[in-house]
Design a protein around this ligand. Sequence first.
Ligand SMILES: C[S@@+](CC[C@H](N)C(=O)[O-])C[C@H]1O[C@@H](n2cnc3c(N)ncnc32)[C@H](O)[C@@H]1O
Length: 240
Amino acid sequence: MRKKPNLAPRMERCARVLVSEPEALRGKWLSAFPRFAALELEIGCGKGGFTAALAERQPETLLVAVERVPDALVVAMERVCAQRLDNALFLCEDAKLLENDFEPGEISRIYINFCDPWPKSRDAKHRLTAPGFLRSYARLLPVGGELCFKTDNRPLFDWSLAQLRTEGWEIRECSYDLHANGPVGIMTDYERKFHEQGMRICRVAAVRTAATVSEGEPGRLRNASLADAYANQISEEREK
Ligand SMILES: C[S@@+](CC[C@H](N)C(=O)[O-])C[C@H]1O[C@@H](n2cnc3c(N)ncnc32)[C@H](O)[C@@H]1O
């Protein structure tokens, strides 16, 4: 991400949509914003194309978008301000810290779109669909709450599906080629580019159930290299 000129004044101009002390709202988001019926979270919103479109489509929902890179976040905030949307707010922080900002069960749906794949096995714990993160999401969501994940990266998708199943999430919808019959749902900024290049988009919607693992530290991830998964997939396809 290129450094944005005048980042500080641009952030300042969007101050109305940036929550600078989210911990103060922990457990109180919907009472602080009583107009809204539900609270949803987008993790790694990037430049906010999905955020703005979703907020516009769901005016009754308060959407909180999290992004740790200010140079991306500022573009997302400017979009939401330019569209005069009043139901999207932003946090500039790492997803690891979300439990400081939200109480267990406070969020009804989480979106993760085109997250960084962290292909090496030793970095697998940083994937936003790694078991450590999934357990944190399971605490943030109530039973019945939903996690929606999209990616163009098939090895990452397969790996993430396996983690969701192992951690006891119920797979409600799953597609390996979401737009095969024409565009479906809101496309993110990355998604539009990949789709135009002819790449297949994978999407899963998974539900947190009573059996979903929500406590404890997951064990060390082994054999989690996406390069190996990719090589296996190619050789399986050749064998078919
Ligand atoms: C590849 S971009 C995708 C952006 C957007 N979701 C889209 O589909 O167009 C991934 C974004 O997630 C952000 N991100 C990655 N890990 C994060 C984390 N742990 N906490 C917050 N943001 C994160 C990155 O800074 C980046 O902007």
